[in-house]
Design a protein around this ligand. Sequence first.
Ligand code: HEM
Length: 517
Amino acid sequence: MFNTSSSSFVSITSPTDVASSFPSIPIPSFFASSSGSSSWLTTTLTIVVSLLLLEQSVYRYKKRHLPGPKWTIPIIGQFADSLNPTLENYKAQWASGALSAVSVFNIFIVIAATNEYARKIMNSPTFAEPCIVHAAKKILCPENWVFLSGKAHVDYRRGLNGLFTRKALGLYVGVQDTVCREHFAKWLASSAKNPKPEMIMWTARDLNMETSLRVFCGHHIPDHAFKEISDKYWAITAALELVNFPIAIPGTKVYKAIQARKAAMKWLTLSARNSKVAMAEGREPECMLDEWVKELADPSYKGRREFSDHEMAMTLFSFLFASQDAMSSGLIYGFQHLADHPEVLAKVREEQERVRGGDYQKPMTLEMMDEMTYLKAVVKESLRVKPPVTMVPYTALKAFPISEDYTVPAGAMVIPSMYPSLHDESVFPEPEKFLPERWLDPQSPANQNPKNFMVFGSGPHKCIGVEYATMNIALVLANAAVLLNWEHHRTPDSDEVQMIATLFPKDGCLLKFSPRA
Ligand code: HEM
C-alpha cells in the first residue's frame, strides 16, 4: 500500500512554551533608533514578527477546538517530531480525540482516529483524495495513474482489475512458489554457515522484491536487475515521511528516492517492451505484463488499448511502491507471530499435512490454498495485530464538513488512521493478542464487523492487491511451516515497533533457520 504508507508521524510535544511568547516579543530599543540601517532593521523585524503572528493565527483559526498543540513551532511546526515517529506517539495522538490537529511546514494536518471518520474520509472522493505522502508525486511521477481522481481514476483502475482476477492469480502462484523455495534454500545455506540468528528484515525484503519483479515482469527482466532495484529501493522507503524537506536537492531523501525510481523504471520499461514482443510472437503469458498485453489485444476487451512502455512501467512501479514495504512488514510479522505462538504454528502444520498430503515438493496451486482456512485466519490476524499501513494521508480538495462541528479546511492534509479500528476492543476483545481463532467463528464480533478490518483501506482507492497480497503472505508462511524450523531470538526490542514507512519489529526480527525433517 500505499503505505504507507505514509506512516511517519507527528508527535505532540507541546511547543506552547516556545510559541506562546511570540505575541509579546519585545523589540530591542536600539532597533528603533532613527538611523537608516536601524529603521530598515525595524521594518524587517516588524514584517517577520507580523508573519510569525499571522502563521500562529492561521493555525489557531484552522484548528479551532480540535485537540493539538495550542501554538505551532514557527515555520517547521512539528517537523522534528515527524523525523522519529513512534507508535506510542501515534497512540497518544489518537487517544487525544476522534479528530486532532498538528502542523508541519505550514501544512495543516487533521488526524482522524475513529472508524467512522476514517471511512468517511476514504469514501468521500469529492472532498478528499489520497496524497499518500508529501513527496509521493515526486517519487512516483505526477502523471502516475494513482493520482487520478473521480471517473478518470475509476476507469483506469477498471482496466487494471484483469491483472488481479483469479485466473491471473493462478498464473502468479506458481511464480511465487518457485521464488519462495529458491530464497528458502539461500536462507538455509546462510544459516548453516552462520551459527548466530540473523535479521530477516533484509532477507524478507529481497524475497519480496524478487517475487514482485518475477510476477510483474517474468523473464523479461534480467536477474541482475533484481539486486540493483532491491539495493536502491531502500532510498524510496527512507523518503516515505509524512512531510519531507520541501525541495528535492542532491543529498535529500527525496532526491535519492527519485534516482532509485529512475533505476527501477529503466528495467520496468525494458520489460514492457520485451513483453509486447513476446506476446506478438504468440508466446504463452508468464507474468503480469504478459497478461496485460494479451488482454489489450483480446477482441472482447472494451477499454483503452494503447499503453506506452513508459506508462506500463509506471503502473508496475506504482504496484512495487504500494507493495514492497507493506508486504515485507506483513511477512516479517507473520514469521514473528508464528515463532512466538508455537501452538498456532502446530495447527498450521497440521493443516498443511492434511491439504498437501505430505508431499511438500508438489507446486502450490490456488485450489490447495483455498483449503487452508486456518492459515488464512493466521494471516488475517497477523495483519490485524500489526497492520503494515497504519494510516493513509489524504488531501482535502475543498472545505470538508467532516463532523457537525468541524470542517477540514480546503488544502489541509486529512489522515484516516486504520490502527485504532483494528484494535477496537469492542470488535476484537484483547486486541493486542494474536488469536487467529477469532476469525474462524462466523458469528464472532470480528467477522460481524468487517468494516473494522481496514488493513487494506476502504472506498475507491482500497488496495487493488488485497487478494494477491494475502495469497503471497499465506504461500510463504505455508512453505516455511513445512520446509523450515525457525527459532526467534527474542530481545527487549522484539515487541517494540519501528516505523519505517510501515511497521517492523525494532530488532529486525532475529531468526535462526534449520531444515525441517
Ligand atoms: C500486506 C500488503 C499490503 C497492504 C497492507 C496494503 C495496503 C494498502 C492500503 C491501506 C492502501 C490505501 C487504500 C485507501 O486509500 O483506501 C493501498 C492502496 C493500494 N495498493 Fe496496497 N497493500 C498491500 C499490498 C499491495 C500489493 C501486493 C499491491 C500490488 C501488487 C498493492 C497495490 C496497491 C495500489 C495500486 C493501491 C492504490 C489503489 C488506488 O489508488 O486505486 N498493494 N494498499
